[in-house]
Design a protein around this ligand. Structure first.
Ligand code: SAM
Length: 377
């Protein structure tokens, strides 16, 4: 696949629109078929194919094979995949629902905690990531996507499994997470790893790009997880494997009382969970995955003491909830909640909070096509 960024040009057949001049982003395969076309107009309007290559609202973006002369015209405007993915990640096409407000909150929340995420106590996300990646049975030389990679809980185990001859791409909405994880990959000398800003509901990787896709604790926070799961299917080669994790519930088992103690301090609306929460296995099946397997497994959040545990709540996936405590109530909330948690501590004062995690895997059938028609119908 080749990627292009071509500005509007009046000498060509580019049609003028009342949105003004435009810039085309195009992904074109070796046979000259345009797989994705996104047009950004001077007025800020953005139109695009959606994930399933349907026309946009204006009917102007039907799937097509470019003529040789068009391909030649595009040639000087080729950009790197990284530039293409980065540009698309920042765009909100008008023919798709605009979730940019909700996604900006997610990106900001994870930016706030990127430097410390999973760095307190034992690495909870790291443990789950190891386990999830283990279920995929990765082999050396394979290509893997970590969708919503955060600080690399899945990405680093995947990089170890595929080795320097493999490839691991991580994408995340939060620039802070991307910067931290890219820096860590560089520190570890992992030349097989690339970390990019990207939206897992709008990933700009071509079909059959990966042998495995892994996504830890991301699906529940997506407005349209069905888009993401269909994209995972499309990006996998036939026979490729998917692994995803979600929390079964917030504060699981005996720690539920802590959630109850926190509740009166929470203001504003709860972070919106995907409408598919709890039904992710059906999402995998609907997207065409075979051999979908689901297992709920316990994992422990282990912290040396209650103070560290309270800080952990602020620096983990609970951040969105903790941000709902009004600034004036924070000391009181800490007192009340840690008092409740005290009786749950281990005899030495440390914390072992058991959390149930749902691990799901699926396989793209050997006979499956790319998912979504990529040839004219
Ligand atoms: C709970 S963290 C999990 C991170 C990592 N996968 C792990 O297992 O530790 C969720 C991550 O998903 C990212 N995220 C949320 N929505 C996203 C989206 N639409 N596209 C890409 N990343 C997203 C967040 O920025 C955050 O880094």
């Amino acid at each position: 696949m080749r990627y292009y960024r071509r500005p509007w040009h009046e000498d060509r057949s580019d049609s003028y629109s009342h949105w003004g001049t435009s810039v085309y982003y195009l992904a074109i395969d070796a046979d000259g078929f345009a797989h994705r076309q996104v047009v950004v107009y001077a007025t800020g309007v953005v139109t695009a194919y959606d994930e399933d290559h349907q026309e946009d609202l204006y009917g102007g973006l039907t799937y097509y094979q470019l003529a040789q002369r068009d391909l030649e015209e595009f040639a000087p405007f080729e950009i790197s995949p990284q530039e293409y993915f980065a540009a698309l990640a920042d765009l909100a096409p008008m023919n798709r629902p605009d979730w940019s407000g909700r996604k900006a909150v997610v990106a900001r929340t994870y930016d706030e905690i990127a430097a410390h995420y999973d760095r307190l106590g034992s690495p909870f996300y790291g443990q789950v990531g190891e386990r999830l990646v283990g279920l995929l049975g990765l082999r050396r030389g394979e290509r893997v996507l970590d969708a919503g990679c955060g600080r690399g809980a899945c990405l680093f185990p995947a990089a170890a499994a595929v080795g320097p001859e493999g490839q691991v791409h991580g994408i995340d909405l939060s620039p802070g997470m991307v910067a931290e994880t890219a820096a860590e990959a560089a520190r570890r000398g992992l030349s097989q790893v690339a970390v990019l800003k990207g939206d897992v509901e709008w990933p700009a990787f071509e079909e059959n790009s990966f042998d495995a896709v892994v996504s830890g604790f991301v699906l529940r926070m997506l407005p349209e997880p069905e888009h993401a799961v269909r994209a995972f299917h499309r990006m996998l080669r036939p026979g490729g494997r998917l692994g995803v994790s979600v929390f079964v519930s917030g504060f699981a088992e005996r720690w539920a009382v802590v959630g109850e103690a926190l509740e009166p301090f929470l203001t504003g609306a709860a972070p919106v969970l995907s409408a598919h929460a709890g039904k992710e296995a059906a999402l995998l099946q609907d997207a065409g995955f075979d051999a979908v397997a689901v297992a709920d497994e316990p994992f422990d959040v282990v912290m040396p003491d209650l103070g560290t545990w309270w800080d952990y709540l602020w620096l983990s996936g609970y951040r969105g909830t903790m941000n709902r405590i009004a600034a004036r109530d924070r000391d009181k909330a800490r007192r009340v909640v840690t008092e409740t948690a005290e009786r749950l501590c281990e005899p030495d004062g440390s914390v072992r909070m058991r959390v149930r995690v749902r691990l799901m895997t699926g396989v793209k059938g050997e006979a499956a096509g790319g998912g979504g028609s990529c040839r004219p119908r």
